[in-house]
Design a protein around this ligand. Structure first.
Ligand code: PLP
Length: 410
């Protein structure tokens, strides 16, 4: 598994993995991929290379491709190798935020005149970037129900060049069948004579539970801010490509546009990924327990969790995911009830974001999805009474007790 740093890791980045025996398991990959001991001192942990530039060996002789740290930094490269390995992709790039990753993605793969299909319940920031920024550059977007592959097929036009899917969606946990959508994109692409890239925002599920590239999708994007880093102490993003040529395009734009992840944040995200499997198992166990408890509460009108057999996407989720995670939304019926409830929580921190070890709770309509127009919000099922909880990995009885206390105020 471990290889000397330097040439070999650079070779890996281009997608040509050196011959090896049996493929390592997921946890081993999380801990070791890209994390070679530092060649000078043997430091087990990849150091934070806090440098902007690298001294050249001689005229025209940069060391192993290291010239300037926007282009390439060893700490970021270690993370990028790790990201590519855990998603099963050829090449990964790390960015200053999830939105910076999406910006680079779109600058690399779409241009004026292109049409993009997007999951209708996509993350609020993605919707804002697409509808209020990119739309000004002649790219058109259609927000469709990607839980139905036939609806997606019908929405393809001769200009369609990308299908941007989020599953499970934020915050109503809609589930889309990635293998079915990849098949639709392939067939329809052939029909219109163009490549329709399938991009999956895998932030909620993480590769521990869901591997979009193995299901035939082309690109995975992440907000590493959430589960991959997992400790609510870094903002970052990633793009992972199945095709090394796509990876090269992303790398070119990353260097040209410059939205790179810093060496310190690269170190934090690398460290977070090493415990991804143990954290995700704990999020999943707590998530199941909290969701089951919520369904039994009279004051809770509705619970959105793909692990519940009553969830419309349960069958697909059970097939394409190996767990359901810790993201749950539930409806308390009114904004007044939400206010009383959220003012009472103690263990669950009231705040935006998700995927940290601590439980985080929010009100999508006024917080994460405030930038979505009110009518559009309602159309997406983001009602005034909806609460979203990112169930952390505290002791489950403490989380349940906290929710029970808060619910008694409603
Ligand atoms: C948070 C988030 C993003 C944006 O990531 P940032 O790191 O906040 O820029 C994109 N997609 C999903 C699903 C998210 O939860």
């Amino acid at each position: 598994m471990r290889k000397k740093a330097g040439k070999e890791t650079i070779v890996k980045k281009t997608g040509k993995t050196p011959a090896k025996s049996k493929a390592p398991g997921f946890a081993t990959t999380c801990i070791h991929a890209g994390q070679d001991p530092e060649p000078v001192t043997g430091a087990v942990t990849v150091p934070i290379f806090q440098t902007s530039t690298f001294v050249q060996e001689g005229f025209g002789k940069p060391r192993q491709g290291y010239e300037y740290a926007r282009t390439k930094n060893p700490t970021r490269l270690a993370l990028e190798l790790q990201l590519a390995a855990i998603e099963g992709g050829a090449v990964a790039h790390a960015f200053a935020s999830g939105m910076a990753a999406e910006t680079t993605l779109m600058l690399s793969f779409v241009k004026a005149g292109d049409h993009v299909l997007v999951s209708r319940n996509t993350y609020g920031g993605t919707y804002r970037f697409f509808s209020k920024v990119l739309a000004n550059f002649g790219v058109t977007f259609a927000y469709v129900d990607t839980t139905d592959a036939e609806t997606v097929r019908k929405a393809v036009t001769s200009a369609t060049r990308m299908l941007f899917v989020e599953t499970p969606t934020n915050p109503t946990m809609e589930i889309s069948d990635l293998a079915a959508l990849a098949a639709v994109a392939k067939i329809e692409g052939k029909r219109i004579g163009a490549k329709i890239r399938v991009v999956v925002d895998n932030t909620f599920a993480t590769p521990f539970f869901q591997k979009p590239l193995a299901l035939g999708c082309d690109v995975v994007v992440h907000s590493t801010t959430k589960y991959l880093n997992g400790h609510s102490d870094s903002v970052g993003g990633a793009v992972v490509c199945a095709d090394p040529k796509d990876g090269e395009k992303i790398g070119f734009t990353q260097n040209a546009a410059g939205a790179i992840l810093s060496p310190f944040d690269s170190f934090l995200v690398s460290r977070g990924i090493k415990t991804l499997p143990v954290r995700m198992r704990a999020h999943d166990a707590n998530g199941r327990e909290v969701a089951a408890w919520l369904t039994k509460q009279k004051k809770v009108k509705k619970v959105f969790y793909p692990g519940l057999s009553s969830h419309p996407g349960h069958a697909v989720a059970a097939r394409q995911m190996s767990g359901f995670g810790g993201m749950i939304s539930f409806d308390l019926g009114s904004i007044e009830a939400v206010k009383r409830f959220l003012d009472r929580v103690v263990v669950c921190a009231l705040g935006e974001s998700l995927g940290g070890v601590e439980s985080l709770i929010s009100h999508p309509a006024s917080m994460t999805h405030a930038s979505v127009e009110p009518e559009e919000r309602l159309r997406r099922g983001i009602t005034p009474g909806l609460v979203r909880v990112s169930v952390g990995i505290e002791d489950a009885p403490d989380i349940l007790q906290d929710l029970e206390n808060a619910l008694s105020a409603v």
